[in-house]
Design a protein around this ligand. Structure first.
Ligand code: F6P
Length: 456
């Protein structure tokens, strides 16, 4: 697939790359390879270049020393520019807009400081566009990922009109009224940036429609399509049988206790995941239906995310506080109602997926939510999925899940009761059907279909 002069014909751009570096005590650089959907998706193509940002000191040191992996180019963007673009614009503005997270009486505030940060977001996007323009072979396909890099397609189009450019959004897209909270010139710049692409991809029809409504009248030749990323069944099923997963299942069973059901949730601790309301619903279940006390445990894994942002740190502390409060109000000598783990451990997540009786996936808004798709794939005996209608995955899984309005705590408590009460046979049947729906478009196929469409 290499072009005649050796320049790559497939390029991918994302803020976070497939590898990160740390400087060890002895001064040597250690590489850590990441996992996740995009890494697995990209293994479908051999000859490609992945352009990403250096995220921490270790990454920057690696770039400076010329340490790197074949097929990866890490950009050492000025740390202040990166912080302003990533923390202050991408995660504090664009993420908030698309997930509708603002408490609007006081925020957002689009003032002079915001505009300075927006300038950094432009600079950061330009660094990607220039690197891609420099690296890409003639007529190459470039697949740009996510809200961090929304301006890249337009910038790259003007540098390299010969390229085939795609952009994929892994988040929801905001409704037009919410999107238009952004200052007009900035909203338009974002749309025009994305519309520099030949093709735009979204996870569900709902997000694609929302984008089209925002972009009404300016779509031009850009095509908008939906690619509903699915779970990687082969990988998950094999990985879930490994010894470390078995070990963690034994430890979790001990924490849960004999004869009890487990309501499992696994999330990065993001504001959109609704972990706190999930716990309030669990407390209401214990309160209004005392027959469940001592018979159920809420196993909640809330892994750290974006801890540079104060609002994320506060949310993480609130999750811990509510869990402690439930345990002190309802716990007994032999029963801990909430088992909360905050240290990221993939093997333990798989163990929880395997033994869950009920999976609670109740985001207030989510691009897809792969946990909802992964649990049915690896569940040992069947697991009832309580699923927010605001998760992208709901479009594909609604029929065999129990749907909830994520803001309705009492409704979620009722859904948990219904889930815990479901007969085993029905659980198993629904889980089988959920697993089929969840694996309809595995990561590699998800990527190859986009690539084919882009090459037309
Ligand atoms: O889950 C949505 C998503 O936009 C992913 O596409 C992306 O990898 C991630 O969020 C970004 O998270 P982080 O800020 O930790 O890199």
């Amino acid at each position: 697939m290499a072009s005649t002069h050796g320049a790559p014909e497939v390029l991918v751009a994302s803020n976070r790359g497939p590898v990160s570096y740390a400087v060890g005590d002895d001064g040597t650089i250690e590489a850590k390879r990441g996992g996740g959907g995009l890494v697995s998706a990209l293994s479908a193509v051999d000859d490609k270049l992945w352009v990403c940002a250096a995220l921490g000191d270790g990454d920057r040191e690696a770039v400076r020393r010329g340490v790197g992996e074949p097929g990866v180019r890490m950009l050492d963007i000025d740390p202040d520019v990166h912080t302003a673009a990533y923390n202050d614009i991408a995660n504090s503005v664009l993420w908030f807009v698309h997930h509708m997270l603002y408490q609007t009486p006081l925020e957002p505030v689009f003032d002079a400081e915001f505009r300075e940060r927006w300038e950094a977001y432009r600079t950061y996007n330009r660094a990607f566009a220039e690197a891609l323009a420099q690296e890409a072979g003639e007529g190459a396909a470039v697949l740009v990922q996510d809200y961090h890099l929304a301006l890249v397609p337009g910038m790259l189009r003007s540098l390299r009109p010969d390229l085939r450019i795609g952009h994929f959004s892994h988040t929801p897209w905001a409704p037009v009224e919410y999107f238009r909270m952004l200052p007009d010139a900035i909203a338009d710049e974002l749309l025009d940036g994305m519309l520099g692409a030949d093709r735009l991809g979204f996870l569900t029809r709902r997000w694609a429609d929302a984008f089209e409504r925002c972009a009404q009248g300016r779509l031009g030749d850009t095509r908008v399509s939906v690619y509903g990323l699915g779970a990687d069944a082969d990988f998950l099923r094999a990985r879930a049988q490994e010894a470390d997963v078995e070990e963690r299942m034994a430890a979790l069973r001990e924490q849960i206790g004999d004869g009890r059901q487990a309501i499992v949730r696994v999330d990065r601790t993001e504001l959109s995941k609704n972990i706190v309301r999930g716990m309030h619903a669990y407390r209401e279940l214990l309160d209004t239906r005392p027959e469940w006390r001592e018979r159920v445990v809420h196993v909640a894994f809330a892994y750290p995310s974006r801890q540079d942002l104060a609002v994320y740190r506060e949310y993480t502390a609130e999750v811990q506080r509510v869990a402690d409060q439930i345990n002190s109000a309802y716990g007994t000598a032999g029963w801990t109602p909430v088992v909360l783990h905050v240290k990221d451990d993939f093997a333990r997540s798989l163990a929880a997926y395997r033994l869950a009786d009920v999976a609670l996936v109740n985001p207030i808004r989510d691009g897809m939510n792969l946990v909802a798709k992964e649990v049915p794939v690896v569940s040992d005996d069947g697991c009832v999925l309580v699923l927010s209608r605001e998760a992208g995955a709901w479009e594909e899984l609604a029929e065999d899940a129990i749907s909830v309005n994520p803001y309705d705590v009492s409704g979620t408590a009722d859904a948990l009761h219904e889930a815990l009460s479901m007969p085993e046979g029905e659980r198993a049947e629904r889980t089988k059907r959920l697993a089929v729906a969840a694996t309809a478009l595995p990561p590699q196929q998800w990527f190859l279909e986009q690539l084919e469409a882009l090459r037309g």
